[in-house]
Each structure stands twice: as structure tokens, then as C-alpha cells.
Write a protein that binds this ligand. Structure first.
Ligand SMILES: [Zn+2]
Length: 500
């Protein structure tokens, strides 16, 4: 193992107390210098996970005196998330997932919808590419399509995030100019190459788990097999040029368990992976039941990457994507369950990091979504009184509940609102009444959706907000994140820790 220079400057005593008892400093004997070195980074983010998402999930699942797994990491800070306007450095105060992912992946501010390019459309290297080139193993895990903005940020370069594949079109891959016409084709053709095609050929991530199988074609599978990847499931019939729903086969949790390959792609849904709560309500025979949890994908990715013999260590990104998608839908019930699923993945990462002692774990978000808030019992927000916010769930298929809940279309959870004020349709202000949820501090007879439940939740909008997000860190180099910082600084600090 080659030693790196980055020293663990932080309070070893605090971490010892929080996580590992006396074993942290006792374990490494003669190689004490190496105790301070970062060999691995596990970067976990909850898409759309704002401060209130964390507070509400804590109260819901742990009680007011409890702590989520992420809240037990010893170093705590905040992250600003703004984007910039295209071809300028003028701030755009509310980011999307693509601009945010580019900030921590490449250390540059860029415009909303841009991936792996700066605000002027110039390709910039990503931390995962740099780690790969330096001899580290790499992994990319998400509950969204693996071509979606957040996972794509580390492993692709595109002028527009919609350029996911399998088809190319100007409207998905080329930005529009101010006069409404499409910008010229860039000289660097990668920037208009579908993201799935890039992922299948650039080898940037060794281990890839998530959704989005329908973005890939049979020739992508061939390209990956030629590069030595194991492909779980199938991207389609090699005899066909294009894939179809019938010719593709999603990977399953059993495939995930069985694989021993440290170069592997497993896509478990043709679209986004299934929302946790909707999955739980399906019969055992439903194919969605074969999808692994985010925690299971996290554990497996760590297992494969950490056992790779020929690498210096690993860089692994884990995204809990459906927090954002259910927040866009103003769906508090499913949002809270996605928070729990993400926090379970944090626990999986910490299980490894506590034993390994050379792993920097970071837990943060790309931006807040929907102005999620906890309001006083028996009150309403001003926004709701004046008029309801737009529910983007009605127009954005990516935010749909998959499968549809209760056999209906795009409906909210029936206990999202407190029943006696709930109406039908996104334009009915009564639909934006607070959602009420019991917490573990409530008496056992108190039900979700009742006025007696203590957690009253509401939303300001159906879109992202410009609020800072939380960041938690653990391990060598973690102290550097205990600050108020911009999201571009996350790149700089991770680079410093892994590639000094
Ligand atoms: Zn979003």
C-alpha cells in the first residue's frame, strides 16, 4: 500500500467515542503513520435532502432525542449549492442536480442541466476519472437511472443532462441559444454523445448499480463485455440493433448477491428503481420485489471494491435519488421512507469505515427540494392559503410513483394529508394541506394522517430551493468538511484527501 500524505488532523478522541471504542488507535501497531491516511472515499448523497428532511426523518423514525445514522458522523458542516447562468459566472441561486453534481465532481460552477462541463461548455475532468487514472477502484450507485444527472456527474460529460440515450436528438442533447435556435454542434463530440453510451465505453466506474436499463442498447452491452465487465441481466438481444422491453432483462437482487466481479454493471429497473413504500405494497410475485435496497447495493459495491487486489483504494458514490423525486411530488410519506432507505445505506458505509479506519465517509445532498417544512399543529402555511404550489409530479414522468400507488395514476399517498381537508386534483388548494405523521414519541394509538399525529409537514413548492444543505463526515480528512463551504470545495477537499 502506497502511503499518502494527507493527515487526519481531526479529533481522534471524538470519533473513538462515537464509533469504535478503544480499537481505533489500538489496531495498527507499527504502521501508525498510515493511520492518518485516506485510502477510500465513500461519498453518499440524498438527492433533494434538505435540513428539514433530516429533522423530519429523525422525529418520525428515531424520536426527538434520537439520531439518524448520518447524524452520528462526528464532523458537521453546511454546503451552499447555487449554480451559474450559461456562458457566465452570474449566480443562479437554485441549482439542479446536474450543476450540483458537476460542482463536487469537477470543482467548477456550471449552468443547470450541464454535466462535466464548465459554464462555457468546456469539458472538465472528474474526480472519479482522476482517481481511476491514479490507480483507484471506482463505483457508482443510485436508485435513479444510472444516466440521471447525479450519477452521471462523476462519469460523463454532456451539454445537457437529458442526453441520456439511447437515441440522440437536438432537443435532448443541444442547448438552445437566446433566440431559441439550437447551439452549434461542439467540436468535442463526447458532449453530445448519449450518457449511456459514454458510461458503456469510458470505463470510469468499475462497479455500477442502479436503474436505467432502457437507456442502454445491445451494442453497449457488447462494449462493456469487451472491456471485461460482467453485465447482470441483459441490455437486449445482440442480434437486434435496438433494445425492446421484451429483449432486455433487468438484473435482480439474487444476481447482485451472486456476483464476485469487481468490474460489473447491474441495472435493476428499466427506469428509476422502485420507491420503497410502493415496493412494499406489491405482491411477492411482482418483479419489482427482485430489486435490491440501496443499502444492499452499497454493501455489495464496498465489498467488491475493497477486495480488489490491484488498486490503491477506492472512490464510491452512492445516491439516494428518490428523496428528491418524491419531494417534487409533494409526497411526504414516500419521501420519509426514502430518507430511511438512504440512512440505512449510510449505516452500511459506516460498518465498513469503522473497521477499515482509512475510509473517509461523506454524507450530504445536492440541494433541497420543495421547501419541505415542519409546521405547528393545526396551522397552515401562507402559500397554501393564497394558492397551491405547482405539483410537478403531474407532468414529469421521472417523478412518478413507480408502480402507481393503489392502482391509480399519479396520486398522493392517502395519508399524506390529514383526511378531513383532502381534496382531489393538483389545483385544489386543499391538496396542499399539511401531511401529518406519527412519530415514535406519539402514543401507539395515534395514526398517520390524523390531527393527533405530532409531525405536521408541508411544502413551499414542487421544485428545488436555494437553501444550504447539511454535510456530515467521518474518518481521516473528515475534519476538513466541518465548515460552511461551497459545493465546489467538496471536489477540492476530496481531491486533497485521496490524491494529494
Ligand atoms: Zn429534483
Amino acid at each position: 500500500m502506497q502511503h499518502k500524505k494527507r493527515a487526519w488532523l481531526g479529533a481522534v478522541a471524538a470519533i473513538t467515542a462515537a464509533f469504535v471504542g478503544s480499537t481505533l488507535v489500538a489496531g495498527c501497531g507499527s504502521d501508525s503513520k498510515a493511520d492518518n491516511e485516506v485510502h477510500n472515499i465513500i461519498y453518499l448523497l440524498g438527492d433533494g435532502m434538505g435540513r428539514t428532511h433530516i429533522t423530519a426523518a429523525r422525529e418520525r423514525f428515531m424520536g426527538v432525542k434520537g439520531h439518524l445514522n448520518m447524524e452520528q458522523l462526528p464532523y458537521v458542516g453546511a454546503v451552499s449549492t447555487y449554480a451559474v447562468e450559461p456562458n457566465s459566472d452570474k449566480p443562479a441561486l437554485v441549482t439542479d442536480s446536474a450543476s450540483a453534481a458537476t460542482a463536487w465532481s469537477s470543482g467548477v460552477k456550471t449552468y443547470n442541466a450541464a454535466l462535466g462541463v464548465d459554464a462555457y461548455g468546456k469539458s472538465v475532468p472528474t474526480l472519479m476519472e482522476q482517481a481511476k487514472a491514479a490507480g483507484f477502484a471506482t463505483g457508482n450507485v443510485s436508485t435513479a437511472e444510472i444516466t440521471d444527472a447525479t450519477p452521471a456527474g462523476m462519469v460523463s460529460h454532456a451539454l445537457l443532462r437529458g442526453c441520456q440515450g439511447p437515441t440522440f436528438s437536438e432537443s435532448t442533447c443541444l442547448p438552445k441559444k437566446s433566440d431559441g435556435s439550437y447551439a452549434a454542434q461542439p467540436a468535442d463530440k463526447t458532449l453530445v454523445t448519449p450518457i449511456a453510451e459514454q458510461i458503456a465505453r469510458n470505463g470510469t466506474a468499475d462497479v455500477i448499480f442502479g436503474g436505467g436499463l432502457a437507456r442502454f442498447e445491445p451494442d453497449d452491452q457488447k462494449a462493456m463485455l469487451d472491456k471485461g465487465y460482467q453485465v447482470l441481466g441483459s441490455m437486449g438481444d445482440p442480434a437486434l440493433e435496438a433494445q425492446t422491453a421484451d429483449s432486455q432483462k433487468v438484473a435482480t437482487a439474487a444476481d447482485l448477491t451472486a456476483t464476485k466481479s469487481d468490474k460489473v454493471i447491474g441495472l435493476f429497473n428499466r427506469g428509476n428503481m422502485t420507491v420503497t413504500q410502493a415496493k412494499a405494497m406489491l405482491p411477492d410475485s411482482a418483479p419489482q420485489k427482485q430489486e435490491p435496497t440501496l443499502a444492499a447495493m452499497t454493501t455489495k459495491a464496498i465489498d467488491l471494491l475493497s477486495n480488489r487486489k490491484d488498486s490503491k483504494g477506492f472512490l464510491l458514490q452512492i445516491e439516494g435519488a428518490l428523496i428528491d423525486k418524491r419531494s417534487h411530488a409533494n409526497d411526504a410519506a414516500q419521501t420519509l421512507d426514502e430518507m430511511k432507505a438512504f440512512d440505512d445505506a449510510v449505516a452500511a458505509a459506516m460498518d465498513f469505515a469503522k473497521k477499515d479506519k482509512h475510509t473517509l465517509v461523506i454524507v450530504t445532498a445536492d440541494h433541497e427540494c420543495a421547501g419541505f417544512n415542519i409546521i405547528e399543529k393545526n396551522t397552515f402555511t401562507n402559500a397554501e392559503a393564497v394558492g397551491p404550489p405547482t405539483n410537478v409530479d403531474t407532468t414529469n414522468p421521472a417523478n412518478n410513483s413507480n408502480p402507481p400507488r393503489d392502482g391509480k395514476e399519479n396520486v398522493k399517498d392517502p395519508v399524506r394529508s390529514n383526511g378531513f381537508v383532502n381534496g382531489s386534483g393538483a389545483n385544489d388548494p386543499r391538496n396542499f394541506a399539511p401531511a401529518t405523521f406519527r412519530t415514535v414519541d406519539d402514543k401507539p394509538e395515534v395514526k398517520d394522517g390524523s390531527a393527533e399525529a405530532s409531525l405536521w409537514l408541508t411544502y413551499l413548492s414542487g421544485n428545488h430551493t436555494g437553501a444550504d444543505v447539511m454535510i456530515y463526515a467521518y474518518g481521516p480528512g473528515g475534519d476538513a468538511f466541518a465548515a460552511s463551504q461551497d459545493n465546489t470545495a467538496l471536489y477540492t477537499k476530496m481531491h486533497q484527501a485521496l490524491l494529494p
